[in-house]
Design a protein. Structure first.
Length: 51
């Protein structure tokens, strides 16, 4: 999500990171994006990529 937020900032959109999870989840359900778990030590996050 940090990468998505960084790209939005680069394009001039300042959206709180907490507001991104819902739209990203809907894009995954519509098979526009793919979400994969990424484990970094004990921390587990999601990486998004094109379907």
């Amino acid at each position: 999500m940090a990468q998505v937020n960084a790209e939005l900032v680069n394009r001039g959109h300042h959206i709180p990171r907490t507001s991104l999870s819902g739209p990203l989840q809907k894009l995954c359900q519509r098979k526009k994006l793919r979400r994969q778990k990424v484990k970094d030590g004990k921390k587990q996050t999601f990486a998004y990529s094109e379907w």
